[in-house]
Design a protein around this ligand. Structure first.
Ligand SMILES: NC(=O)C1=CN([C@@H]2O[C@H](COP(=O)(O)OP(=O)(O)OC[C@H]3O[C@@H](n4cnc5c(N)ncnc54)[C@H](OP(=O)(O)O)[C@@H]3O)[C@@H](O)[C@H]2O)C=CC1
Ligand SMILES: CC(=O)N[C@@H](CCC(=O)OP(=O)(O)O)C(=O)O
Length: 344
């Protein structure tokens, strides 16, 4: 397979290169840029010297059409104009940005403050959460890869909501991310002296992943209620922890919650349901495509605390994008992304 990465020099792009490099079906990776045409990739990123010494190329439709798969790892708003001319003309298209995730264009305009893509393209996009949408992914014209936070939140809550084990009307979701989630462009928020030894809350009640999570809860679990969702920046590079608090429905036990999660994901190689643990951390999935989930009920409050951890750049972005590519091609979904977590 010949693949291309638009936005190759960003964090999602770099992670795609790292993972695709070991993918047995990939024979060529073309790297595209909007700002540094001709720059030798390994001069920009010396850790790739002798490995990816090719120059970055201009984003030209004729070139891109010749490829088998194109990953878009670009800021919100870019694929709204770049992707539509490529639909149905050849390559399989996988968008890591948020442009085609929300089916209601007014929601995208409200939460992203950008013009939404045309409705006819929104209708064709398939939400690429493999554990919940595999059949549609197999037939997709193009994939809207989920956001990083929604991946962790949805994988941990959808089974419990769908099976009516927890009360969806009062969900509180408290999420934390490493700084690489904000991409490689430095800003006042991601500056070392702002993030180091700091733990901050951001985009309070305004995070663009709120409508994405609500849309998917409605679609996959028939849960139409709004959520409370907060995001925090943690002084670490990678990792997301999403901790959710939900009232347990009458007569439901902790064992039923765990059994439900285990049953739901018994054929999902990347979701691990943890039991009998005292601690759970982002490092146990570091650099891998795993999502680890744990749930515990507090008998005093009858509330469940549901915890999920992912690596934002892998299961939250590039790993999941490759998982989607594998499914599109009828490959085993773990192909090329079955590396174990690095932990240290
Ligand atoms: N980081 C994360 O953990 C996650 C990110 N995402 C989403 O994935 C996308 C990529 O994220 P990330 O890699 O972190 O972002 P980065 O900011 O690190 O990289 C984005 C890249 O896009 C390219 N780019 C910028 N403007 C344009 C343009 N107008 N046309 C074409 N290319 C452009 C840039 O490369 P160049 O200048 O060379 O063109 C840049 O390197 C974003 O939409 C992000 O929200 C989703 C899940 C998780
Ligand atoms: C730490 C951090 O800043 N994370 C980013 C995640 C960006 C992202 O994944 O955005 P889309 O899914 O909308 O493309 C944020 O919270 O906005």
């Amino acid at each position: 397979m010949k693949v291309g990465i638009i936005g190759a020099s960003g964090y999602g792009g770099l992670e795609l290169i790292r993972l695709l490099h070991n993918h047995p079906e990939i024979e060529q990776i073309d790297l595209f840029t909007s700002s540094e045409v001709g720059t030798v990739f390994s001069e920009k990123y010396p850790h790739l010297v002798t490995i990816h010494d090719q120059p970055m190329q201009a984003i030209e439709q004729e070139h891109i059409r010749q490829l088998d798969t194109v990953f878009f790892s670009t800021p919100a708003g870019v694929t709204t104009s770049l992707l539509p001319p490529l639909v149905g003309v050849g390559p399989k298209l996988i968008d890591l940005a948020g442009d085609f995730r929300l089916k209601d264009p007014s929601l995208y305009e409200e939460w992203y403050q950008k013009d939404a893509p045309e409705m006819k393209f929104l209708e064709k996009s398939v939400y690429g959460l493999p554990e919940w949408n595999k059949e549609q992914i197999k037939e997709a014209e193009f994939i809207a890869n989920p956001g990083c936070y929604p991946t962790a939140v949805l994988l941990s809550l959808l089974p419990l909501l769908k099976n009516e084990l927890i009360d969806g009307s009062q969900l509180v979701i408290d999420a934390k991310s490493g700084v690489s989630g904000a991409g490689n462009k430095p800003s006042a928020v991601t500056h070392f002296s702002e993030t180091n030894e700091n733990f901050s809350i951001y985009k309070l009640h305004q995070h663009q992943h709120i409508p994405e999570i609500e849309q998917a809860m409605n679609l996959f679990a028939n849960q139409p209620e709004p959520i409370t969702f907060t995001t925090h920046l943690v002084p670490m590079t990678r990792g997301i922890m999403a901790t959710s608090y939900a009232k347990v429905n009458k007569q439901v036990t902790e064992k039923q919650l765990l059994d439900c999660l285990r049953e739901t994901y018994k054929e999902s190689p990347f979701v691990r349901v943890l039991t009998d643990i005292q601690k759970i951390g982002t490092k146990q999935v570091y650099g891998s495509n795993y999502c680890d989930i744990h749930v515990k009920v507090d008998p005093r409050t009858n509330r469940a605390t549901i915890v999920a951890v992912i690596d934002n750049l892998v299961k939250g972005a590039s790993g999941q994008a490759i998982q989607n590519m594998n499914i599109l091609y009828g490959l085993d979904e773990t192909t090329g992304i079955d590396n174990i977590p690095s932990f240290i």
